[in-house]
Design a protein around this ligand. Sequence first.
Ligand SMILES: [Zn+2]
Length: 396
Amino acid sequence: MKRVLTGVAAVVVVVVAGFFTVGARIADSVMNTVVSTAVPAVSPAGSALHRRLFVADLHADQLLWGRDPLDRSTRGHVDVPRLQEAHVALQVFAAVTKSPRGMNYDHNTGETDNVLLLALAQRWPRATWTSLRARAVYQAERLRDAALRSGNTLTLITTRDELAAFVDRRAGDPAQVSALLAIEGLHALDGSLASVDTLYAAGFRMMGLTHFFDNEVAASAHGMTHAGLTPLGRQVVARMEALQIIVDLAHVSPQAMQEVLAMATRPVVVSHTGVAATCPGPRNLTDEQLRAIAANGGLVGIGYWDGAVCEPTVANIVQAIRHAVQVAGVAHVALGSDFDGATRTPFDARGMAAITDGLLKAGMDQDTIARVMGGNLRDFLLQQLPSSPAVLRAGR
Ligand SMILES: [Zn+2]
C-alpha cells in the first residue's frame, strides 16, 4: 500500500510539475505578444542605415520566462539570435523579482506575488521562494551562464573597459551582442542596504527603484501612497552612486523622481517610458520631467508597447521619439522597448530596423537617428559604468 501511495505521489508531482511548466509557457505566450509576427518591411535606405548603427536597448525582461537567451524562440520578443538578426549590439536585461496579481497602472499593493508562481514553475532554486534578492541573483546567473556558453557571441558587460573592448571587437564582427544587467524594483534588496553591494557583485549595473508597488526604497507611480523616497531609499541612492550603479527612474512616483533628481550627483535613466504629450498616462513622462532628466544629463528610453505609445505602431513610437528629442534634446533620448515585459509590441526584436526606417522617413537626420538608436546609450555607459570592479572594495 505504501508503495502504491508513493507511486501515486510521484504521479501527482509529475502532473503538477508538468502543469506548471506548461503554465509558464502559456503565461509567456499570452503576456508577451506582437501585433504582427512578420518582420516589418523596411526601405533599402532604412535597412542600409540600420546596419551601420550601434543599436542598443535599455530594457527587456527576457530573464523571467525560462527561455534560454541563446535559443531562438517563437514565444516572446527577445533572444540572442533575434537580436543578431536585428543588428542589435547591446541589450539591457532586467531582473523582475515580484509583480502583483491584477497588475495595473493606478494602484497596486505588494501583497501578491506572481513571480513566485513562475519561479516554482521553472524550478528556480529554493532560496528564490522567499528571497527577492535571490531571484535577482539567480536571473543574473542565468544570463552569465548564457554568456559563458555562447562562445564569445554574447558578452556580459560590467565595466566601461569591457564595453569599449566590445565596441572595438564588434566593429569587425557584427554578429556579436552585449548585455548589461539591470533590476526592476529594489524590493529586490529584501529591505537591506547591504544588498546593493551583493547585487553589484552579482553583476547588476542599473537598478530601477520601484516596479508596480511601493517598496522599502521608494513609492511607485502605480502604488498606494504616491509618496517619495524613504530614508532607506536615500541611503540606497547614495550607495548606488558610490558604486557607479545607474539609477533607473522608470515606474517611480512623480515625487520620488523629483527627490532623486534633487539629490543625484550622477546622470540617471528612465529606462522604458512613453511621453505624456503623445500618450497620456501615469507612467509616461511630462515635458517638465523630460526637461528635468535632460538637465540631470540623463537618458530616456522610449518604449514600444501600448502603455507607452497607446496604439503599438511604428508611427506612434516614431512620434514619441521625435517629441522626446524636441523637448529633452538629441543627447537624452534612447530606446527602451520593454520587450518581454508582459507587453504587446508591434513586432519582436527582429523588427528593430523598422524604427530606424520610420525615423528616416519622418525626416530625422542620420546623426540624430544614430544617437537615438543606440549611440547615446553606448556613450552614456562608456562614461557612467565603473572603470573596474575594484570600486566595490572602496567606500562603505
Ligand atoms: Zn517595467
